[in-house]
Design a protein around this ligand. Sequence first.
Ligand SMILES: CC(C)(COP(=O)(O)OP(=O)(O)OC[C@H]1O[C@@H](n2cnc3c(N)ncnc32)[C@H](O)[C@@H]1OP(=O)(O)O)[C@@H](O)C(=O)NCCC(=O)NCCS
Length: 75
Amino acid sequence: MNYQGKGFGKELLTTVIGWCETKPLGEADTIYTSCDGKNEGAISLYQAAGFEITGEKIDGEIVLKRSLMGGHSDE
Ligand SMILES: CC(C)(COP(=O)(O)OP(=O)(O)OC[C@H]1O[C@@H](n2cnc3c(N)ncnc32)[C@H](O)[C@@H]1OP(=O)(O)O)[C@@H](O)C(=O)NCCC(=O)NCCS
């Protein structure tokens, strides 16, 4: 069975962002992730959750960031 495209990724990402907003590792205002720059599904998932492409690359993957302050990152 294919479990993609059924909302699980969105729900998981929303839960992870909510956990990050509790500042479990101490004060923080931005969270980061990375993915293959050709992975349109992952990029759409992250952008829909408020992530922005930073323009940086790490280990060949594009970097995305999201503010934990409710809006866009101010970096
Ligand atoms: C990318 C991945 C994590 C998305 O998870 P998912 O459970 O399939 O996604 P969801 O059903 O929760 O969709 C959430 C949003 O993601 C985006 N999305 C998901 N699949 C997409 C696709 N094939 N093309 C474009 N956008 C897509 C959409 O914005 C979607 O929102 P919408 O349904 O309101 O339009 C999942 O498909 C996956 O595991 N892919 C293979 C491995 C991978 O690419 N991992 C990411 C590494 S960073």
